[in-house]
Design a protein around this ligand. Sequence first.
Ligand code: NDP
Length: 358
Amino acid sequence: TITAKAIVYPGYGEPEDVLETHSYEIPSPEALKNDEVLVKTLACPLNPSDINQIQGVYPSRPPISQTSLPGLTKPVAVCGNEGVFRVLGTGPGVTSLKPGDWCIPSKVNYGTWRSHAISAEAEFLRIPNDIPLKQAATMAVNTSSAYLMLTQFEKLQKGDWFIQNGGNSQVGRCAIQIAKSLGINSISIVRDRPELQKLIDELTALGATHVITEKQNTSKEFGKTIKGWTAGRPIKLGLNCVGGPNVAGMSRKLGKNAKLVTYGGMSMKPVMLPTSLFIFKNLTAVGFWITEMTKKDPELREKVINKVLELIKENALADINCTLNKVEPEKLTDLEFTDAFKQALCDSKSNGKQLITF
Ligand code: NDP
């Protein structure tokens, strides 16, 4: 038998208050039944939406139930929506996976913050096992979202422009690179910081056409510089994950009949838009939620994953910018295992995206 560990919560609240570890025995690969697949987690990211699920404020959440894991004495939910697994063993009826393969959850709310899992074959989607680990662990949410937002709302042609805030977010970085591979120009808004030039250089190296600060974004004067860059070509698409006054400034740069797509609210402030943009520029403001889009069209999820895999193969996506936190569950007590996740969550507030690797 293998002793597995999972990060769970018995009720909603702040992660530091409600997260705990559940240790449980899972059978050895030889004991697997029919369509069962035993996987070991290789890496899982800590995403903003994972935190919102734990807080109970995210509309799509795993059920807090007694049955999702063996050996439970109370109902819990397992944290985490994405991650990459390696197959350790398969039941006799499994056809799409074999030991050594890599796979990702085929649906949302799987509960990826765990060392091992056993599920039916249909719960997993095989991916190549020779792609960078960080790419594999984050492709289903952030990379896929960036691809969908750039392709599902406006028919952008080569040479067209889009603008985004949160340019340094993982989604933003993916959008920069995907746009570049599609021949689309980008303007990315980032927060000012002591080493701003370093960030600008980094994003430019990824393929950003231009990177501007939030201050430049809200300056009327700077608008002229941007008009110079685009040479009168209208900016057709805006991607917003920040909210607040930032969005008004960004939307003013959009052309006639443009689309503003809101997919996050990192500033926790409402989206504020000038009335004139709706009347005189016929602005359309819509929302994007990958969970809903891929639920409505399940084939789209697989299509996007395949598209992202192509981009990875073509080296169109640089390795993901994030910190790896290695945990060795077999050497840790439950308390230490929980603390490793809590520490990484804390780091994700100020030190960028954190990934747990096993
Ligand atoms: P990351 O953790 O990689 O990055 C978060 C970014 O937000 C950082 O670039 C950070 O800026 C910026 N930020 C944080 N606070 C503020 C603030 N007050 N004002 C301006 N910028 C701020 O995030 P992800 O790429 O994983 O996700 C980005 C957003 O996209 C999140 O809101 C997430 O929930 C959302 N999302 C939504 C999806 C959907 O389907 N709707 C799918 C995927 C993601 P800095 O670099 O300066 O620290």
